[in-house]
Design a protein around this ligand. Structure first.
Ligand SMILES: [Zn+2]
Length: 175
């Protein structure tokens, strides 16, 4: 049975708890860093989401926070169901240059994004759509993890495929 067709391992297995502990260990210092950063004011006020940057004191950080906010607003305008999922499962969007694309930390509902990993030869609009789709991908990881379904072991490929499908769906709908 291929990894994409095998059923998900449900229930809080040992792999789930290993992932949870890893998430807590990594999430705690990340939370400390993000709470010391100033969140994007409009996103925090209207959606309750903290968009923060490792470089929040620099102009680059502010421009990147604004890009994320524009992507979230575009998603809200066209895909309210996906937006509700993002708001429910992501409390902090952390612009972190040390991750490859995106990552999700269950403890603290933190989504890490590295905008430097986006394709360089795309337009400003394409960048915004790609960010919106990436947020949906990471929020979908949150749905599984908060239902107690591990994203490790044999579940990994299957869940990644489901997250990729949601991401592609948003890319196509917003294009
Ligand atoms: Zn993923």
């Amino acid at each position: 049975m291929s990894p994409t067709t095998c059923p998900l391992n449900r229930g809080k297995t040992i792999l789930y708890w290993l992932g949870f502990i890893r998430s807590a260990l990594f999430g705690m210092p990340v939370r400390v860093i993000t709470f010391r950063r100033t969140p994007h004011p409009a996103a925090f006020k209207s959606k309750g989401i903290r968009i923060v940057s490792l470089w929040s004191k620099g102009l680059d950080g502010l421009a990147e926070q604004e890009e994320i906010w524009t992507a979230l607003s575009l998603l809200d305008q066209h895909e309210p169901i996906h937006t509700r999922r993002v708001i429910k499962y992501i409390r902090t969007i952390f612009l972190a240059p040390f991750v490859g694309g995106g990552a999700y930390i269950q403890v603290g509902k933190i989504c890490l994004i590295n905008l430097a990993q986006l394709p360089v030869n795309c337009s400003a609009r394409e960048r915004i759509i790609a960010i919106a789709a990436l947020l949906v991908h990471e929020a979908t990881h949150g749905v599984f993890l908060h239902r107690g379904i591990s994203c490790l072991g044999r579940n990994r490929h299957r869940i990644e495929r489901i997250c990729d499908l949601k991401q592609t769906d948003v890319l196509n709908r917003l294009a």
